[in-house]
Design a protein. Structure first.
Length: 274
């Protein structure tokens, strides 16, 4: 199968199906919730079934496409052709998958719709090996608008980081369609922390003590599914950390609704148009 076809299929599937661990988290939450919170989760789970069976997007906001290309240092790569591959594949996926067009240009003026959901947000980084891994995040803006960046004093430490994330959800309340998934970037510079907060969604591993504590603290807010109150305001927290300057402690929080829609495509050996 050609690279373009693989990307198209992966992105369309991401719009209709959630990762298995996200589905299991929703099912687990449904088992323990009561009243209106349980009703909300039942609607979410029913919606997932319908989206899969009817082959339609699981949310009307099909998001703005965020893409992170991890390029192996030994990969064959033509960046111009790689960008063309990404944009061409996404344009076809958006049309074939019945995506809503949600991207506008002239953002402080007329805000005219681009009509094709392009351009995506593209990020690049180098990694080991000879492959290129494309990470796609379908980012809805009901939750994106609740995201935050805090420049903490270096003495704030772990508790300061936790408070910054919890405070983000206190302010967000029911707006990001909870229960949510949270990505946290700690360190680097202001811009790097923000990017890390999205990269964190793709680096799955065993939950750390810090991630567990943040999740528990958010769940204590009693926002609950759909803002109805309950035990499950947050289903997962993912933290990525990098070194920073002695004078700072940047903390970026990406809020994602329960629809953690993402896809990964590996281009073996890289991509130079062949």
């Amino acid at each position: 199968m050609k690279a373009e076809e693989v990307i198209i299929d992966a992105v369309i599937e991401a719009s209709r199906k959630l990762p298995l661990d996200a589905v299991k988290a929703l099912e687990k939450a449904y088992e323990v919730e009561e009243g209106n919170s349980k009703v909300v989760l039942k609607a979410i789970l029913d919606n997932l079934d319908l989206a899969g069976s009817l082959e339609i997007p699981l949310c009307q906001d099909t998001g703005m496409m965020w893409c992170w290309a991890e390029i192996g240092r030994n990969a064959r790569v033509d960046i111009v052709k790689l960008e063309k591959l990404i944009e061409t594949s996404l344009a076809k996926a958006f049309k074939k998958g019945l995506f809503r067009t949600s991207v506008v240009r002239d953002v402080m003026g007329e805000r005219n719709n681009t009509g094709d959901n392009l351009p995506p947000v593209l990020n690049y980084s180098l990694t080991s090996g000879s492959d290129i891994t494309l990470h796609f995040l379908l980012k809805g803006f009901g939750s994106e608008n609740c995201s935050s960046l805090t420049m903490l004093n270096p003495t704030a430490g772990k508790e300061g980081v936790i408070e910054a994330v919890v405070d983000t959800m206190k302010k967000a309340g029911a707006k990001p369609c909870p229960p949510v998934f949270i990505g946290v970037g700690v360190g680097g510079t202001m811009d790097r922390a923000a990017v890390m907060s999205k990269e964190a969604f793709f680096k799955r591993r065993k939950e750390t003590d810090l991630e567990r504590e943040i999740k528990e603290r958010i769940n204590e807010l009693n926002i609950g599914p759909g803002g109805m109150g309950g035990k499950n305001s947050c289903l997962g927290v993912f933290v990525k950390e990098e070194p920073t300057h002695i004078a700072g402690l940047p903390v970026a929080v990406t809020v994602n609704c329960w629809a953690e829609r993402k896809a990964e495509v590996v281009l073996l050996g890289g991509y130079d148009g062949d």
